[in-house]
Design a protein. Structure first.
Length: 306
């Protein structure tokens, strides 16, 4: 069965309970959350997240915890040249993995890091060193760390499959390392997701192993191949296109892997400044039906489907 959902919010008084409700409103059977704001370190106590109530609602709706994905925040960089900042990244990622386990999720997506003009070799060495420490700090926990494939923006590490493989092979105990395969990022990094996904996966399998993919981020791209920009577009309206993304989503080798949408919200025509709508229910439906609706964004803007 197709496992598909989107990024949903965790905020307000309902916290994770609200996250589950939002996912269910999109007819999703998977979802991704941050445990707090991705741009800072402020975190509410786990007791305030309403985890048990969320689990009960998930159980009532046959939504399995194995399909819940956590995304690590952006404020840490394991590749930073400053040893204090690297230690902060190790400590904060350790705490986020512990929160992931308490929430009941089985994996956390991580941007590997940016080498900040030191050079990729140095940055990757620091990432490996940091992951060794984090894995040792959390060795009693059954949580995967899913390294995200990156677009190559700035000094990002993990911009190609060789760098992902180098990181994974360098970590002493890599049994808890996996990969988050982002379609926009790999396209922007120069891989032919649009024209030949099978050859892309063959290359990934040769270098990393396709069994290491534990989650997909499904996004179209605002830029043509090799742009190194990382600008997500709504499904079917970018340079990758619906047919190529549908092949990824419904690929027989990955049916048991959660697919998470991170596409932009849609601005309606009657209030372009203040009101925006998530497209996830409609995009999920298109993938389930395996049929593109070229008028879908106009329908959302006009609130015909809201």
């Amino acid at each position: 069965m197709l496992k598909i959902g989107s990024h949903v919010s965790l905020k307000g008084s309902e916290m994770m309970l609200g996250s589950v409700k939002e996912a269910l409103s999109y007819n999703a059977n998977s979802f991704m959350i941050y445990t707090g704001a991705p741009q800072n370190t402020r975190r509410r106590p786990i007791e305030d997240l309403r985890v048990e109530e969320a689990h009960q609602l998930m159980k009532e709706n046959n939504l399995d915890l194995s399909n819940v994905v956590i995304h690590a925040p952006y404020v840490m960089n394991l590749a930073n040249g400053d040893p204090e900042k690297r230690q902060f990244a190790v400590d904060f990622l350790t705490s986020e993995i512990k929160r992931t386990a308490l929430i009941g999720a089985k994996q956390i997506v991580l941007h590997p890091g940016a080498h900040v003009k030191q050079g990729a070799d140095i940055g990757i060495a620091f990432i490996i060193e940091g992951l060794d420490k984090v894995i040792e700090n959390t060795k009693e926990l059954d949580v995967l760390i899913a390294l995200e494939t990156m677009a190559g923006k700035g000094t990002e590490c993990g911009r190609n499959f060789e760098e992902i493989a180098e990181i994974m092979n360098g970590v002493k105990d890599n049994s808890r390392l996996s990969v988050c395969f982002d379609t926009c990022h790999t396209h922007d990094a120069g891989y032919k997701i649009r024209d030949d996904f099978d050859s892309v996966i063959e290359e990934f399998d040769r270098l990393v192993g396709k069994e290491k993919i534990s989650v997909f981020h499904i996004n179209d791209s605002k830029n043509d191949i090799s742009a190194s920009k990382d600008r997500h577009e709504n499904i079917g309206f970018g340079y990758i296109g619906f047919d190529a993304l549908n092949k990824v989503v419904n690929h027989p080798d990955f049916m048991d892997i959660p697919k998470i949408l991170e596409t932009p919200y849609v601005t309606p025509v009657d209030d372009p400044k203040n009101r925006i709508y998530p497209p996830y229910k409609e995009e999920i439906e298109m993938f389930r039906n395996q049929k593109f609706d070229p008028e879908i964004l106009d329908k959302i803007r006009k609130k015909d489907t809201i």
